[in-house]
Design a protein around this ligand. Structure first.
Ligand SMILES: C[S@@+](CC[C@H](N)C(=O)[O-])C[C@H]1O[C@@H](n2cnc3c(N)ncnc32)[C@H](O)[C@@H]1O
Length: 270
């Protein structure tokens, strides 16, 4: 299938995309609609492993519980799923891999990107469902699903603020990990609001780990006002800091003090 126009741009439902090389030998996409790259130019694959697989500590969850429910906000080119399955395959024994029950739910507004991932992102493991095995369903919301034994990949299509609540009636568990990976708060504000972070709480338990590349003070203040306990961490490569959040624990008082200024706004969905 040819996904490009006559100028070799990729033609998505949400506008044009351009393929960009990143420093780790992987590529990312630049979205014209959001005017932003999906990943850091310092390394798309390495950034995703660092921010999400390591940031949410999913290997530990998988090893301790033999079970891991992951929510990814923004499927993009599918690197969140690829990094997660690659890491499981590298770090878990065959026995652990067979026993592991995993549900990976990703939220994506542009269905074109899943077609792109099918052609460009390979899942090498025999244990996990691949993008090519995805089949489309319409109820209770448009989604794609692929299942292999006790491992399931689901991509909800549409605006995450609607698709997640609609699909959630089917969920009989809470997520252990949330990969908060939309475009930046400036370019993609609707997925960084108090309403959004409060919604995510409904699908989280006391030990859920939310991780994001963002270290914006407004995002941090919004997380705090939504009831999340934030912590400060080293960012990927040259990025100084990033943010983790859970629902239990205590926020470092210095971190909280730094957010007190009225100039730092809580982000609200209008
Ligand atoms: C930074 S990219 C995600 C990269 C991805 N995690 C990966 O590793 O390849 C952000 C994604 O969020 C999607 N997105 C933006 N707004 C959305 C919304 N309201 N609902 C669902 N997805 C959205 C974009 O289309 C884009 O694919």
């Amino acid at each position: 299938m040819d996904l490009t126009d006559k100028n070799a741009h990729l033609v998505g439902e949400l506008g044009l995309y351009t393929v960009i090389d990143t420093e780790d030998g992987h590529t990312t996409l630049y979205s014209k609609y959001f005017d932003e790259n999906c990943h850091s130019l310092k390394g798309a694959y390495e950034e995703t492993c660092y921010n999400y697989v390591q940031g949410c500590n999913v290997l530990e969850t998988a090893q301790i519980h033999n079970n891991c429910h992951i929510l990814e906000v923004g499927f993009g080119i599918g690197l969140g799923y690829k990094c997660t399955t690659d890491s499981f395959c590298q770090e878990l024994s065959e026995d652990e891999l067979i026993k592991l029950k995993i549900t990976f739910i990703s939220l994506e507004i542009d269905p074109f990107l899943i077609e792109y991932a099918k052609m460009n992102t390979t899942i090498f493991s025999e244990y996990f469902p691949t993008f090519h095995e995805l089949k489309e369903y319409q109820m209770p919301v448009r989604h794609l699903k692929a299942k292999k034994d006790n491992k399931e990949l689901i991509i909800l299509i549409g605006d995450a603020r609607k698709s997640l609540p609609l699909f959630s009636k089917k969920l009989n568990y809470k997520f252990d990990a949330i990969y908060q990976d939309p475009f930046s708060p400036k370019k993609n504000p609707i997925l960084w609001t108090k309403q959004w972070f409060e919604l995510l709480k409904n699908y989280s338990h006391a030990e859920t780990k939310l991780s994001t590349y963002s270290s914006s003070s407004s995002v941090r203040k919004t997380l705090v006002h939504s009831g999340w306990i934030i912590s400060n961490h080293k960012g990927f490569k040259s990025k100084k800091t990033c943010t983790h959040a859970t629902l239990e624990g205590e926020i470092c008082s210095n971190l909280l003090k730094g957010l007190q200024s009225e100039k730092i706004k809580v982000l609200i969905d209008n």
